[in-house]
Design a protein around this ligand. Structure first.
Ligand code: NAD
Length: 373
């Protein structure tokens, strides 16, 4: 089929009105960010329906979606984004107005030990999803085609590592340094190519490190909380001076919604919270919050459990995001500061230890990963 010149497409948008009474196909919606997105969107949009396709890897957890168990607006489908037949069937049956692609292998340390799974899901899987999305989109009428969106959720790690100064913008050249970020970079390029080659109305978001409820306790913040409460060592890689730009997960979800509704097809939007912190600062903040809320019986502070361990191979030194385009074009602002978001997060983990125990009963038991290099 010939490619419609983009200038010929009607300037339709995926507006707030369009979001009501509509269906989204969300992939990876049993994971950390996808789960928060599904819960939040259904809480705020009464007539929205979500088809949630998730392979339930170690990182996917149906407990997160328990509040939706009896909600007819949520349909969970256990399956792989790389299963073209299944995706084609879901698209034909539910006719979603947009696909939001969270599904991924997402943990850098795991990508060091086993990169192949990252290429399989993040690259091959995303390609399969794009192909089925393109075929579905081509079969829509002109108006539906103009309103359809494929939103790809990606990471700031594709841009590589920064020195002491500067921030990543949407035009920063890609320079991924881990198998994880390389696989996400490849998927971003495929998404871009499907817009330029086939005209598919894609959107890409590149976001900084997230934290908040329902994050699997292998990532820094929930890992430190769980280990602190268990009286275990709190492992800090290298000298602890690596800097990440932290964003509360609900703010990432609101950014994705803004991009979905008002973003310009073909565009990339960086998402970040303007909250650069060294890893050691994050760990000390968590210790102080836990000291105040759940003091150790022996009167010592949790910071006494901090232990510096050998650095992660290829550990990027600093990430910082310039989200000026998203703020200026789409009016997005984060609602949480790092201080308010991290306090809410600690409170959530303290109140949801049963969730943490259940997800940790699976394959992951808090062991060190990512030392295979
Ligand atoms: N966590 C962060 O700080 C962060 C920051 C920026 C961008 N991102 C991106 O956001 C997305 C979600 O990240 P997350 O932290 O929620 O990840 P996560 O690992 O918590 O969840 C990933 C989900 O995808 C599912 N999944 C994995 N492979 C699949 C497949 N082949 N088919 C269908 N489902 C599959 C898993 O079961 C899981 O539910 C990822 O694409 C990630 O690259 C994450």
């Amino acid at each position: 089929m010939p490619v419609p010149p983009r200038s010929a497409l009607p300037a339709a948008s995926f507006t707030e009105a369009a979001l009501e009474s509509r269906t989204l196909l969300v992939t990876g919606g049993a994971g950390f960010i996808g789960g928060n997105f599904v819960l939040d969107m259904l809480a705020r949009h009464r007539d929205l329906r979500i088809v949630n396709l998730d392979a339930l890897t170690y990182a996917g957890n149906l407990d997160t979606l328990a509040p939706l168990a009896d909600d007819p607006r949520h349909r969970f489908v256990h399956g792989d984004i790389g299963d073209g037949e299944l995706v084609a069937r879901l698209l034909a049956e539910h006719r979603p107005q947009a696909i939001v692609n969270f599904a991924a292998e997402s943990h850098v340390d795991r990508s060091i030990d086993g990169p192949a799974a990252f290429v399989q899901t993040n690259v091959v899987g995303t390609l399969a999803l794009l192909e089925r999305a393109r075929d579905h989109w081509r079969g829509l009428d002109t108006d539906q085609r103009a309103r359809f969106r494929f939103l790809h959720v990606s990471t700031d790690e594709v841009y590589g590592s920064l020195g002491e100064t500067g921030r990543f913008t949407e035009t920063t050249p890609y320079a991924p340094n881990s198998p994880y970020s390389a696989s996400k970079a490849a998927s971003d390029h495929l998404v871009r190519a499907f817009h330029h080659t086939y005209g598919l109305p894609v959107l890409t978001t590149n976001c900084s490190n997230n934290y908040g409820p329902f994050q699997f306790p292998e990532k820094l913040i929930p890992l430190v909380i769980q280990k602190a409460l268990a009286g275990a060592d709190l492992p800090v890689y290298g000298d602890g001076r690596n800097v990440r730009d932290w964003l509360y997960v609900a703010d990432h979800c609101s950014a994705i919604e803004a991009v979905l509704m008002r973003g310009r097809p073909g565009e990339v939007y960086n998402v970040g919270g303007d909250a650069e912190r060294e890893n050691i600062q994050v760990v000390r903040t968590l210790c102080a919050l836990l000291d105040a809320r759940r003091p150790r019986a022996d009167g010592q502070g949790y910071a006494s459990q901090i232990t510096f361990v050998g650095d992660r191979p290829g550990h990027d030194r600093r990430y910082a995001i310039d989200s000026g385009k998203l703020q200026a074009e789409l009016g997005w602002r984060p609602a949480e500061t790092f201080e308010s978001g991290i306090a809410r997060t600690v409170d959530w983990y303290l109140a949801n230890q049963a969730w943490c125990q259940r997800v940790q009963d699976g394959s992951y038991r808090g062991e060190r990963l990512g030392t295979a290099a």
